[in-house]
Design a protein around this ligand. Structure first.
Ligand code: NAD
Length: 260
């Protein structure tokens, strides 16, 4: 497919991308791929500290709607969806590319994770996707697609992934149930499971370098992935070429997940 053809596949589609922290973020790869495919963008930043890093990227991609969104702050999620309703009147694509666990709960092993830490990780990394889906669905009047970022630690034990394993397993299950509930409206829901990528979120995981080395060695395709691989996978899944796909977990990992 040449550049001109790529630019038309999501032409006219409106996409909300949540989770850009910097130009290494998986969410940035998604936003860039959607833009390359012709979509219009809404991009959020976490707070005023993140804004100077995210706003220039949103401008570079010509995002029409921008603003703050901390899913733990009551009212901010509703506010961004209000802006989308008044500005666009519809939405076609939603990306949830956010995760959080308190450091002491993330790094101490699952047994030592506090109830508060578990609940916080689950709320920000999983239930916020359900809240977003509820607000997005009424705007997806022509159908649409929703994406949440998972990881292989949901399916198998990955040392040091700790509490995020059960949290991502819940996220993948949530994707299946949302796909079931939203399918009748023509809305498709995907968990996307990228291989390890050097991002800010990943820097909170102990011995992450080991994971990167192992991923490259294990993958049949023999290389680490990059954020544009994730972005273009989501862009493809958002097109009508993928109109019969929903509810599954899509691995973007060079095939590493098939290896014992
Ligand atoms: N990097 C990897 O190796 C990898 C692999 C598989 C899946 N993932 C997942 O991809 C997603 C994106 O992570 P990333 O690796 O691009 O790192 P990142 O640090 O670039 O992105 C994480 C984002 O989460 C946002 N966030 C945290 N708390 C939030 C809150 N309360 N409200 C709104 N946003 C909040 C941050 O602002 C940041 O933009 C996460 O779900 C992560 O678990 C990452």
């Amino acid at each position: 497919m040449n550049d001109a053809n790529i630019r038309s596949v999501l032409s006219g589609q409106k996409a909300l991308v949540v989770g850009v922290a910097n130009d290494q973020s998986i969410a940035y790869g998604c936003a860039k791929a959607f833009r390359t495919a012709g979509a219009e963008l809404a991009i959020t930043w976490l707070n005023n500290r993140a804004r100077p890093f995210v706003e220039p990227l949103a401008q570079e991609l010509g995002a029409m709607i921008t603003g703050p969104l901390d899913v733990a702050v009551p009212g901010q999620l509703e506010a961004i969806f209000d802006r989308i309703r008044t500005g666009w009147g519809k939405l076609d694509i939603l990306v949830h590319s956010i995760a959080f666990a308190p450091k002491e709960d993330l790094q101490g092993g699952l047994l030592n994770c506090s109830a508060e830490g578990f609940a916080k990780a689950m709320d920000i990394s999983c239930h916020s996707f359900v809240r977003m889906a509820k607000l997005a669905a009424p705007l997806m009047t022509d159908g649409g697609s929703m994406f949440a970022m998972s990881y292989y630690g949901a399916n198998r034990v990955v040392p040091n992934y700790n509490v995020m394993g059960p949290v991502k397993a819940a996220l993948e299950a949530a994707c299946r149930y949302l796909a079931y509930e939203l399918g009748p409206q023509g809305i498709r829901v995907h968990a996307v499971s990228p291989g390890p990528l050097k991002t800010r979120a990943a820097s909170g995981l102990k011995d992450f370098e080991l994971l990167l080395n192992e991923a490259a060695q294990k993958a049949p395709l023999g290389e680490l992935i990059d954020i544009m691989d994730v972005g273009f996978t989501c862009a493809y899944l958002a097109t009508s070429f993928a109109r019969r796909l929903t509810g599954g977990t899509v691995f973007v990992d060079g095939g590493a997940n098939i290896i014992a």
